[in-house]
Write a protein that binds this ligand. Structure first.
Ligand code: NIG
Ligand code: FE
Length: 428
């Protein structure tokens, strides 16, 4: 057992419905403090793998005062960050496409011409499981260093049964090697592979009849995702795939309306998906439907920055005002968001979407946990998993403000140190 004494602890309370409406002026900061569940001068008591107690330092349980309990002192502590949407298991890189896009070619043109995602598919098919694992380990450590304790990872660069399984097996193989949780998600319907061009239905059949049953049988993914957009799969194909996934126990998520209004977010609401991600072209009717159905909106502003599509921002404020839970994520992938920098995503959430610092920080903890339909992470409460990120910053609002560098001084995963700097030490 040990205690963290923090100048500020952010608990990320679950029910913040009454706080959704944006208030102006002086009230903004007070509202933000409530939104993050701020405790000034806090004690966070960690017992084994869980949070045992959290509250003001002066109210800490008696037993902690009398015994020689070890104390870690930090500035701002909050639930470990959750990057709830990544494509981190990939091989190769696509800097050539980056150059072409900046010279005027569009992302979807490259995809429809048989490049883009399909170029990474070639690289993943050639890669061994071991090399996929080695690269993924490095990427996990990079995320952990920033404060991440849970990383969702999608397949989707294999597009044959064996190559999709290879990617998911690499994720499973890496799990025991890294101090963060990897959440595998099956994305066999990421693109139509070249040998199925003009035979999309056959590929959808393969996903439904072979890939999903095999992934489920081997227990390699609890989530199923589909890229539902122009150049990929339409809403009816996506619905069918996600329903088959659900029959096999997988929770539905959707890459929705990133390039066009493909009616994907509406379909996500109709089937009660856990999340609809991207949403750059989602219409108002779908926003209402998502809020009613409790579909979490996962927004990834690095994509707009990286593709140069800053005129196509997702309607973040509308989603919040409608009552949707919002999550922010990196979308880390070699084509549309080559970054693992969740700290910069926080900043972009504020500058591009107009989120407050509290809303942005909620979105990579409580919001991201909701996108994964998880209760045990994303908040600091008695009983939640002891995943805690400790930052050396003057106050929590500083985190999205000073971007491009990691402020983490200690990262605790399941009650154990996953990362720490020389500045921190446990003292009696
Ligand atoms: O989320 N949009 C589809 N999938 C990824 C991009 C993948 C790639 O280009 O390799 C995304 O943006
Ligand atoms: Fe994605």
């Amino acid at each position: 057992m040990f205690v963290i004494r923090a100048k500020q602890a952010l608990t990320m309370p679950k029910d913040c419905d009454q706080l959704r409406t944006y208030e102006a002026d002086g009230a903004l900061q007070r509202r933000d403090d409530r939104l993050v569940g701020l405790i000034e001068d806090a004690a966070v008591v960690i017992d084994d793998e869980t949070i045992d107690w959290i509250g003001p330092w002066e109210d800490r349980p008696r037993s902690l005062r009398s015994r020689d309990v070890q104390v870690l002192t930090s500035d701002v502590v909050m639930p470990g960050w959750i990057d709830c949407h990544t494509h981190a298991v990939f091989a190769g890189e696509r800097s050539d496409e980056f150059m072409w896009r900046n010279a005027g070619k569009e992302y979807v043109e490259i995809l429809e011409a048989g490049g883009g995602i399909l170029n990474t598919v070639d690289a993943v098919r050639q890669a061994s499981t071991e090399s996929l694992e080695q690269t993924l380990i490095g990427r996990c450590l990079e995320s952990i260093r920033q404060g991440v304790t849970t990383l969702e990872v999608k397949s989707g660069y294999g597009l044959t049964t064996s190559d999709e399984l290879k990617s998911l097996k690499a994720v499973a193989g890496v799990q025991p090697e890294v101090p963060c949780e990897l959440v595998p998600c099956f994305l066999g319907a990421h693109a139509v592979p070249r040998n199925f061009r003009g035979r999309r239905q056959d590929y959808v059949d393969l996903v439904c009849q072979e890939m999903i049953p095999e992934v489920a049988k081997q227990g390699l993914a609890d989530y199923c995702d589909v890229f539902c957009d122009r150049g990929a799969f339409d809403a009816e194909e996506a619905r069918r795939i996600l329903e088959v996934g659900r029959e096999h126990g997988m929770i539905a998520r959707v890459h929705a309306d990133e390039i066009t209004d493909a009616k994907a977010a509406m379909m996500a609401a109709e089937i009660g998906a856990a999340s609809a991600d991207h949403l750059e072209h989602t219409g108002d009717d779908a926003i209402e439907a998502m809020a009613d159905a409790g579909v979490v909106a996962v927004l990834m502003p690095a994509v707009n920055l990286f593709l140069g599509t800053l005129d196509d921002l997702a309607p973040a404020r509308k989603l919040l005002d409608a009552g949707c839970e919002v999550a922010l994520a990196t979308d880390f992938n070699p084509g549309s968001a080559m970054t693992q920098d969740l700290g910069t995503i926080l900043m972009l959430g504020c500058t591009l979407y107009g989120l407050t610092p509290g809303e942005a920080l909620r979105s990579i903890t409580a919001g991201a946990a909701a996108a994964l339909r998880r209760d045990d992470i994303g908040g600091l409460r008695a009983g939640t998993r002891a995943d805690v990120a400790c930052f050396a910053v003057p106050h929590y609002r500083y985190l999205p403000y000073h971007f491009g560098t990691s402020h983490a001084e200690a990262v605790i995963y399941r009650g154990d140190f996953a990362y720490w700097t020389d500045e921190v030490a446990l003292e009696e």
